[in-house]
Design a protein. Structure first.
Length: 314
């Protein structure tokens, strides 16, 4: 169990933002686990309290981690607070070391967002709209569902063919989760569009971005998605991941931050993929589309299947 002092420090940083994220990133890269825990608290701040600060916090953390010159960033902006019930469930999740699969981890992470009010959703929506191209993509309206039969007709070496194989060979659902069952149509714009689009394009972006469908790369692609359009669930998921890897399993701290921040950089350097008319280009080869859209595959700093190899060895 974590001490009350550890939790109080974490919650204070999350509440106030009175830290230098770039300096924390540099110290964490040098192996300072306490600095990494403080940086995880910054990520909790932007995930659950002040979503408007996502870009500033992650850019600063990445600059510090990768040794780049960083301008001072004020993370104290904002007056929101986190409800006590959020911290209760957050710490219960962090301290729970019982085995869970990826789906269970995702559902439990998403449930933390249920403690946040409509004012938070409004600020998260406004932040996403501040990313170049997001407003234009969302203006396209409610996305039609992709159809497996359309993908089945695509050449094997095409994007549609690769997408079809990924879904069928792995027994995946075409949209990951059911948009209607989740009630996504009731969300405020553009969160309705963003959440539907991410469900239908998540596995597609795995292909386009060069992310494997492994445990480590599911963490990585969350950093990519967050950088592309400030996807708030990704911010919350990464907050949980980094908190667990600093306060509970610190031996994995460097692995997680290197993966997340390298994928964040990848997402920032990649043109927005949100509004691409994928149905119009299903038949084109993946490499050709990457060149056309300006997408470089993710340069993974670790073997993509590292988690799976470690479990097999254990």
């Amino acid at each position: 169990m974590l001490s009350n002092e550890v939790k109080a420090r974490f919650e204070d940083i999350a509440a106030t933002g009175k830290v230098d994220a770039a300096a924390l990133g540099a110290r964490a890269k040098a192996g300072d686990v306490a600095a990494a825990a403080d940086l995880a608290a910054v990520f909790a701040r932007v995930g659950f309290i002040e979503p408007e600060l996502i870009r500033d916090a992650y850019d600063a953390a990445a600059d510090g981690w990768f040794g780049n010159e960083a301008s001072p960033v004020d993370l104290t902006r904002g007056t929101a607070t986190a409800p006590a019930a959020l911290w209760r469930d957050f710490w219960a999740f962090i301290e729970d070391e019982s085995p869970t699969d990826a789906a269970g981890f995702t559902v439990r992470s998403a449930s933390l967002g249920g403690h946040l009010d409509d004012a938070f959703a409004a600020r998260a929506a406004a932040h996403s709209l501040s990313y170049p191209g997001v407003a234009e993509a969302a203006a396209q309206g409610w996305p039609d569902k992709f159809r497996l039969e359309d993908l089945a007709r695509c050449p094997k070496d095409s994007l549609g063919g690769a997408f079809h194989s990924l879904i069928v060979d792995n027994g995946f659902d075409l949209e990951v989760l059911d948009r209607d069952a989740l009630g996504l149509a009731s969300l405020r714009p553009p969160l309705d569009y963003l959440n539907v689009r991410i469900l239908q394009c998540h596995d597609l972006w795995h292909i386009m971005g060069g992310y494997h469908t492994t445990g480590l790369h599911e963490v990585a692609i969350s950093g990519f998605q967050l950088a592309q359009f400030g996807h708030n669930y990704s911010a919350q998921f990464l907050s949980v991941v980094t908190t667990k890897s600093t306060l509970v399993r610190p031996e994995g701290m460097a692995l997680m931050f290197e993966t997340i921040l390298s994928a964040w950089r990848h997402g920032r350097e990649t043109p927005l993929l949100l509004g691409v008319d994928w149905e119009a280009i299903w038949d084109a080869p993946v490499d050709e589309l990457r060149a056309r859209l300006g997408v470089k595959p993710y340069a993974s700093p670790f073997p993509p299947n590292l988690f799976e190899m470690m479990r097999a060895a254990a």
